[in-house]
Design a protein around this ligand. Sequence first.
Ligand SMILES: [Cu+2]
Length: 118
Amino acid sequence: MKNKRSILAAVVMFVLFAASAKAQNNTAELKIKTSATCEMCKATIEKYMAFEKGVKKSELDVASKILTVTYNPQKTTPEKLRIAVSKSGYDADDVKADPKAFAKLEECCRKGQVCTVK
Ligand SMILES: [Cu+2]
């Protein structure tokens, strides 16, 4: 009986170990050049990406307009992530902003406008 338990414990330990090793392979990072211009854009994109499937974290650097996305490559792809950014109203690399989402942005956040909100 005692022996069975220790075997069970060993199996549980192994499964946990395997799961944590797998979790590390489930993270990738992607940098996307966006058309964001200000802090409000940053908030819009980051909030949108937080609900996107497979996204663990996203952070926009306003100065460089680069969005760094940490994601699970088993659940999403760089193509899908760029489409998600476009659906939030911004260009993502060579994917153009979704026109409907773009129209909903604050005026100053639309590409080509000079944003006054800092
Ligand atoms: Cu903006």
